[in-house]
Design a protein around this ligand. Structure first.
Ligand code: HEM
Length: 502
């Protein structure tokens, strides 16, 4: 009797599962893609080290070029590589962040990167003013100070041959973020800064692992895994420090109000966290401590590796393309009469060629190579239909190499970003910060920071690199990196020019 009931019950469940999925499976099977095995789908393609997975995805891209259906277990993922398809998806109001972002929740909470609906709208409204350019300009002193410190630190590598510059950039950008987001520095928190930075890197790796190793996705399996134990250890570091700093800054703010020292119109904040503590909507509603913690840890995560990897790729490319570096140097000489002067906002606006170089670097090596969306309705493309509830991967790196948009897509050519060339392309062919309603809130901050750092470094050092781009071993975890590190040699600029002219 029990066996019969179990049999009937499991048959009903299977029928219900099949019935609910038939639409997804039917439309999914009409999208080009590699053959999928029962149960695991194309899961084997995601087995192995990040650079191996990246290599397999690149091969798939070369084979299918416009779009690919990939089954991760029972879940359909469709990767899009062409600007016109991406434009269609990103412009739709029925497209939200993909479900996969929920695996970041234990770390990033209900922050802008993850939240949807009213929660997202409320937080965005209160946070946006902090990213206004007039506020960002106040960070220029911090960016300049840390860039000069970096120039000094890098002296130990001058003339010593190739080394991986990633660690230097990573430490510097983390220090800048700790100061501008939380108002803390190595001087005030000592070793905790290093522990925090390490924890952010580990959490990013673990979150990426949970998304791609699809067998770790179910909560029941994850809860008893080693990955969860590790995650808890690093969450304690990141959340512990953030909560401590929120408490301290909140106390300072409240005691200022109590003592009558606080005048809203005169107050000039220099730290993101303070602006979040003070933000109110028209009904007087504020962000909770939990919201502030979520937003702060998100900024620390979203801002750090993305900026340091941009710097690493830019220097690698300038090291290879000496003619481009000559033009950057000429522009720097023209803009800066005093080679040691700090970079001002006015200088930044005059560094047009440097900007083209950064954009071309983002085109070829976008720090976030893909973002994921979930449509709540079917989306008709001209060759197939993307079924509702699948995960749509916007393959930013593929879109950036679309030969219909970029005539020689694999060639490093900063002239791709001359104003006339930009105008001639589909605006969705360049998406380093994504596009649409969920575009990056930190784009201006990142651009200012990167320009200040490069303008400071390249007034002191000449960069060379021996490894060609075809030999870069790309590894895309959450952020795109070079597996072998960002290998460059540094030379004192004046000595290098003298040695070349001899
Ligand atoms: C070169 C540097 C950066 C790049 C390439 C970059 C790229 C991106 C991309 C592609 C997204 C969309 C993610 C998605 O939809 O899954 C995003 C979102 C976001 N980024 Fe950035 N980012 C950079 C720097 C920063 C910085 C410096 C901050 C903050 C200090 C920041 C904060 C955020 C936040 C909060 C979101 C979520 C926005 C939303 O959904 O409304 N990013 N970023």
């Amino acid at each position: 009797m029990i066996t019969a009931l179990l049999f009937i019950w499991s048959s009903v469940l299977m029928f219900w599962y099949w019935y609910n999925r038939r639409h997804l499976v039917k439309l999914g099977s009409q999208i080009p893609g590699p053959p999928a095995y029962p149960i695991i789908g194309n899961g084997l393609a995601f087995w192995g080290k990040p650079e191996e997975v990246f290599g397999r995805l690149k091969d798939m891209y070369l084979m299918y070029s416009r779009l690919i259906a990939i089954w991760l277990g029972p879940k359909l993922h469709v990767a899009l590589f062409e600007a016109k398809d991406v434009e269609k998806v990103l412009k739709l109001k029925t497209v939200e962040k993909a479900d996969e972002y929920k695996y970041l929740k234990p770390w990033l909470g209900e922050s802008l990167l993850i939240s949807k609906g009213n929660k997202f709208k409320f937080n965005k409204k209160l946070i946006m003013p902090a990213f206004h350019i007039n506020n960002l300009k106040r960070f220029l002193d911090v960016f300049n100070d840390h860039s000069l410190t970096l120039v000094e630190t890098l002296r130990e590598q001058v003339g010593k041959g190739e080394f991986d510059i990633d660690q230097y950039f990573s430490t510097c950008t983390m220090d800048i973020l700790l100061e501008t987001v939380m108002g803390i520095s190595k001087d005030t928190i000592g070793d905790q800064a290093y522990a925090y930075s390490q924890a952010v890197h580990k959490l990013s790796r673990l979150a990426h692992m949970r998304i791609y190793k699809f067998w770790l996705r179910p909560e029941l399996i994850f809860r008893f895994s080693k990955v969860k134990k590790e995650q808890d250890k690093y969450l304690a570091v990141v959340h512990g420090l953030t909560e401590k700093v929120i408490k301290q800054r909140k106390k300072a703010y409240e005691s200022k109000i109590q003592q009558g020292d606080y005048n809203e119109s005169e107050e000039k904040w220099t730290v993101f966290m303070d602006s979040l503590l003070k933000a109110k909507d028209e009904n007087g509603l504020c962000l909770t401590d939990e919201d502030i913690k979520a937003e702060v840890v998100t900024m620390m995560f979203a801002g750090q590796d993305t900026t340091s990897t941009t710097l690493g790729f830019t220097l690698s490319l300038l090291g290879i393309h000496q003619d481009v570096q000559d033009k950057v140097m000429a522009e720097l000489d023209e803009v800066f009469e005093n080679p040691n002067a700090p970079v001002t906002y006015n200088d930044i606006q005059r560094l047009h060629y440097l900007e083209q170089v950064i954009q071309e670097t983002w085109r070829l090596y976008p720090p976030i190579p893909m973002v994921a969306k979930k449509p709540s309705t079917d989306i008709d493309l001209d060759i197939c239909t993307l079924p509702k509830d699948c995960t749509v991967g916007i393959m930013i790196m593929g879109v950036h190499r679309d030969p219909n948009q970029y005539p020689r897509p694999f060639k490093f050519n900063p002239d791709n970003f001359l104003p006339d060339n930009i105008k001639a392309r589909n605006p969705f062919s360049f998406l380093p910060f994504s596009a649409g309603s969920r575009t990056c809130i930190g784009a201006k901050y990142a651009t200012l920071l990167i320009k200040v750092m490069l303008a400071t470094l390249l007034r002191s050092y000449r960069v060379t690199a021996t490894r060609r781009e075809r030999d870069f071993k790309l590894a895309g975890q959450t952020v795109l990196k070079r597996k072998e590190g960002f290998l460059v040699s540094l030379h004192l600029k004046d000595e290098y020019s003298a040695s070349i002219s001899q």
